[in-house]
Design a protein around this ligand. Sequence first.
Ligand SMILES: Cc1cc2nc3c(=O)[nH]c(=O)nc-3n(C[C@H](O)[C@H](O)[C@H](O)COP(=O)(O)OP(=O)(O)OC[C@H]3O[C@@H](n4cnc5c(N)ncnc54)[C@H](O)[C@@H]3O)c2cc1C
Length: 232
Amino acid sequence: MMVSLPHCGEAPISFSSTPVDKGLIRLSVRRAGTLTTAMHGLGTEAIIGLRGPYGKPFPMAYLSQLDLLFVAGGIGLAPLSSVINSCLANPDYHGHITILYGSRTPEDIAFMGDMALWRQNPGVHCQLTVDLASADWQGNTGLVTTLFDQVAINPAQQSGVVCGPPLMIKAVLKALAERGFSDKDIITTMERHMKCGVGVCRHCHLDGKLVCVDGPVFNLAQLKELNVREIS
Ligand SMILES: Cc1cc2nc3c(=O)[nH]c(=O)nc-3n(C[C@H](O)[C@H](O)[C@H](O)COP(=O)(O)OP(=O)(O)OC[C@H]3O[C@@H](n4cnc5c(N)ncnc54)[C@H](O)[C@@H]3O)c2cc1C
């Protein structure tokens, strides 16, 4: 969705709710700059502008046939939580879900409520790490790629689904390819500065494609046809 507030601007924000949540749209917003700081100050009765949805979604029909390895960095868990909860709500989904989530610090960890629910599901395995530990942090420390050796990986039956900042995406795509995931089973979002959301302004160009209309979801086979920094 393109989300706006009068006099503050407009920015792309992903759905973190699912179509199963009838009548509800959940947006999870990290405080980054002008608009998102203003959004963090809104009260419960506030009115915001929404337009969309735009772009290409995650390939849910394909993903619902496979075990899934989700790799998220920071607020990148927002769109992936929607995919995870959609799979878990789908009675025809019988796969196993592994979630690897990296956060900058323990204070920055988002989606604690979702993670607590996911961990109660025997079909879900969830691992967390932080880049910078605080004195009382007892979990993993290190980049999200350090979690790869702690979980069962089976590229023959799994798809990797990735969302996070560009540097993290680059490291994770490389790690998935090294572990034998096929290009079509490495699925990621691309983040670029997006303005219009409908393919007119071309701010979010990606070597001939536009993130707002052709993406933001791409598989590695599609990215290999483009000259993008995440796989260079
Ligand atoms: C497809 C897509 C989905 C997104 N989903 C979410 C979401 O669900 N939740 C969420 O919190 N954020 C999401 N974002 C990121 C969000 O749109 C930006 O953080 C937004 O610019 C914040 O607006 P602002 O006015 O608060 O900050 P701004 O004042 O626009 O920017 C703050 C800082 O972030 C940098 N920045 C702005 N946009 C981008 C960008 N696209 N890539 C890299 N750096 C940028 C600026 O250069 C500046 O340093 C998404 C981005 C994309 C492209």
